[in-house]
Design a protein around this ligand. Structure first.
Ligand SMILES: [Zn+2]
Ligand SMILES: [Zn+2]
Length: 505
């Protein structure tokens, strides 16, 4: 190693690099203690939503794997002092818990975890000290000297001082975070920089059964200069806003059918489209026969609210002429059970009939722009018309359920004497497609990428994904995405690419 780069230089450089890594990790750790939500969303992408799974697995996994590996090595090798590593890490875990309990006295279900962590620390400490005093530990004097040495104590004191300073200056940090965060809340949307093409955003991917990670069904499609919102289930408007969709630019709201999980948030959506852009025309809502009943009903129910908004904000925000919605019935289907409902600026939107009996008519939609194409199935069992419309499309978004999983729910609810829940789990199987059936459709239609939404039953953990998909991957060779709220698929014009990004965490 002697020569151009001396051995000493290498040792010194690598030590400095290790120190830098340690410093960065330490800074993140201290920041997590002071402002956990800011760091976890801005830096670690930690959340319980779909986008957070990656970091949850990586970061929290690393903490426990690291503690476990060092505890095992400390236990089975003669380097017992390695047990200090998990002990110190557990110590920081306990510090984090205690800080949270002091800052938020509202009871959180973490007492059991805290007790377990303290117990583990005690067990590791016992193993460490018993070994140290057994006389077998050759390196004890060295380790003890290091731990009680000036360098270690000064570093430890520095960490404590930094954490203390962080808490001392919480009001100032709070103002700084708000001044930076407030600007970004009003800042540019991720959608402003999208390339010309077709873009499909999943604002809601769940079904009526409650799912903590998926709200009611809602999808937005940006096609060239136009924005369409297809269905608006409960919670959909909030997610559209969190995804920074420019609702004021909505060309039309399209409804596939009138099940509550597809229209339950229409009132809120129409209000936001109106007031975000001070629009002077009511929101155009297109759907099958019956759409007038839905829109008129919402208009009436929210006429008082509209009056308050007009009186309070005036024309600058809420011009009276823009309140509510204007219904337009989709009909005139041809022999192939489809009809073009929009054809402007190179954007074609086709509505077609699907099979969702006793709901009739129920629609699916196909979007074409810039040589790219997308089909949204709406709610349907495997359907010939949908198959014809999906020939060679880039992206097929299809509703999907797993009957075996639902049958397990039915049996569980029957054994618990809750027959209604069981009956629902059985009934819904007659009007949705099975995950494996959607794979067959994607294969036979030559679809590039299959996206499954309106997931039934709810899948609260990603370990359930393989069970839900069954043989789908064997049937369809292309990519299959099990959807989460917040996903955006981008299909740039004149290319074959399908790019993905998260607009929600
Ligand atoms: Zn339905
Ligand atoms: Zn539905």
């Amino acid at each position: 190693m002697r020569g151009f780069l001396g051995h000493d230089t290498v040792v010194r450089t690598t030590r400095i690099l290790a120190g830098v890594v340690g410093g960065v990790l330490l800074a993140i750790g201290i920041a997590v203690l002071i402002m956990p939500e800011v760091v976890s969303t801005a830096l670690l992408s930690l959340s319980t939503g779909g986008a957070g799974i990656n970091s949850l697995r990586a970061d929290v996994g690393a903490l426990f794997l690291g503690m476990g590996v060092f505890a095992m090595f400390g236990a089975i090798t003669r380097y017992r002092w390695l047990l200090l590593v998990p002990m110190v890490l557990l110590g920081f875990v306990v510090v984090g818990r205690v800080i949270s309990m002091l800052l938020y006295p509202f009871p959180t279900p973490t007492m059991g975890a805290l007790a377990m962590e303290l117990l583990f620390m005690a067990m590791l400490g016992l193993a460490l000290t018993s070994h140290a005093f057994s006389g077998k530990e050759q390196t004890r004097p060295e380790a003890a000297r290091v731990l009680l040495g000036r360098r270690f104590l000064v570093s430890a004191g520095l960490v404590v001082a930094l954490v203390g300073a962080g808490f001392l200056f919480r009001p100032q940090i709070s103002s700084l975070v708000w001044s930076l965060g407030a600007a970004s809340m009003l800042g540019q949307s991720a959608l402003d920089d999208l390339p010309d093409g077709l873009h499909v955003g999943l604002a809601g991917t769940g079904a009526p059964m409650p799912d903590a990670q998926r709200v009611g069904i809602s999808t937005f499609v940006i096609a060239g200069e136009h924005l369409f919102i297809v269905d608006i289930g409960p919670g959909g408007t909030l997610n559209l806003e969190l995804m920074r969709v420019p609702l004021e630019d909505t060309t039309a709201v399209l409804l596939t059918h009138f099940h509550s999980d597809h229209i339950g948030d229409l009132d809120e959506l129409m209000l936001k489209i109106w007031t975000h852009g001070a629009r002077t025309e009511p929101t155009l809502v297109m759907g099958p026969v019956g759409v007038e009943t839905v829109v008129d009903g919402y208009n009436q129910a929210f006429s008082l609210d509209a009056g308050y908004r007009i009186a309070h904000h005036g024309d600058a925000v809420a011009p009276a002429s823009g309140a509510g919605g204007r219904a337009e019935v989709i009909d005139g289907f041809g022999a192939d059970e489809s009809v073009v409902i929009f054809d402007q600026g190179g954007v074609t939107v086709t509505a077609f009939l699907v099979s969702h009996a006793p709901v009739d008519p129920a629609l699916g939609f196909r979007f074409d722009y810039g040589g790219r194409s997308v089909v949204l199935s709406g709610d349907t069992i495997p359907d010939e018309t949908l198959m014809a419309q999906s020939q060679g499309v880039d992206l097929l978004v299809h509703d999907a359920m797993n009957p075996d999983m639902l049958n397990v729910m039915t049996r569980a609810s029957e054994s618990r004497d809750e027959p209604v829940a069981g009956a629902v789990a059985t009934d819904i199987q007659t009007y949705h497609a099975f995950a494996e059936e959607t794979a067959r459709i994607a294969r036979d239609a030559g679809v590039q990428h299959l996206v499954l939404n309106q997931i039934l039953p709810p899948l609260p953990a990603s370990i359930l994904h393989p069970g839900f998909l069954g043989d789908a991957h064997r049937i369809f060779g292309g990519p299959i995405t099990l959807s989460y709220d917040g996903m955006l698929f981008s299909l740039p014009s004149g290319s074959d690419d399908i790019d993905g990004q998260w607009l929600l965490r």
